[in-house]
Design a binder for this molecule. Sequence first.
Ligand SMILES: Cc1ncc(COP(=O)(O)O)c(C=O)c1O
Length: 400
Amino acid sequence: VKTKYLKRLIHHPASEIHVKSVRSSTTVPLLMIPGPTNLHPRVLETLALPQVAHTGPQFYSEFLDILGLTKYVFKTSQNVVVFSGSGTSGMEATIASLFEKGDRVLSVENGFFGRRMSTIARIYGVDVETLVFPEGEAATPQALEEKLTGRKYAAVLLTHVETSTGVINPVQELVSVARKNDALAVVDSVCGLGGCELLFDEWGIDVAFAASQKAIAAPPGAVMIALSERATDKIKERKTMIPSYYYNLSKWLEVMKDPRLYLTTPSTAVLRALRVALQLVKEEGLENRWRRHLELSNAFRNGLITAGVEIFSKAPSPTVTALRVSDSASVGKKMLSEHNIMVSRGLDSHKQDLTRVGHMGIVSQKMLLDTLSALLVVLKDLGEPVNEGASLEPLLRLSQ
Ligand SMILES: Cc1ncc(COP(=O)(O)O)c(C=O)c1O
């Protein structure tokens, strides 16, 4: 099945990247997990460069580039902070720095990562109320509006893409409801930034954080945070000390004003790779990148749907797809051992019944054709009800 489709493939730059960087060694599997992603050769080359001094002029100038490019991907002219850490450190730094014990926030949850944000807020003594939507469904602005009416919250905590279920939440509308009700809007865009539309300034977001290893397609290890003037003021005006040394945005904001200031030793190699990954985003154009993610993911899901595979999310994300299976562990094992492609299992209660496919960063038509054809073969082998004649046409059409 595979060769027939692959023969019809027209090579384009992205698929060549994939061929060169991923398939040059048969031992390296294609990463179709929801981060970390496959890396562009230019990013990989950067990782092999000799070490530079974190306080030296070269890293300083490169770090200034990173800050400028981070503003570009968030579409903001307000403050941005970049430091070494994973997505969770963005979450923790935001919570620790913005809120004081007893501040009341509303955490909008529809999956694993929304719940994580509530947990972290509770650890810091924040008074967390939740607005919970069923997993697989998007949060609705109407329900948020109802919840906020007549009750004051310091902030609403939102997840852009709930990676555990492949749901994209309508962040623009949710932020607008939060702001109308005088609450700060905090957005976890770890699985969104660079792959899904996000306009930090225009949508009126107050804090958004993201990580290097998802749609930006850099290695894991760097966190990017954008802060509105309101959020920066809230940090400045707090009455109690930020109860953290590392996750202290007040200190990081000072470092961003002059990155030569020493606070902690940054992971220079990861940050230099991030700079190149961000340059690639800019070279492609952010809007083009959003469009590529949207078109590829829709075409990929169309192939699954025509084969009769159930997509779990009712609001599917351009960056990750969760599909219903009977035994995700076997799907993952067969995908890796027979096709050299890595996919993920579900999380928490969906460990067994969801397989998650990440399609972000430098994802190409070829990667998705490989993944789709392999998935269909594996699902059929495992006795899943897969129809003959799945339509790969929408994916094939994309490069023409
Ligand atoms: C939406 C979301 N938030 C937070 C995180 C946590 O990021 P990290 O694993 O980099 O700490 C993830 C990771 O997958 C995520 O997808």
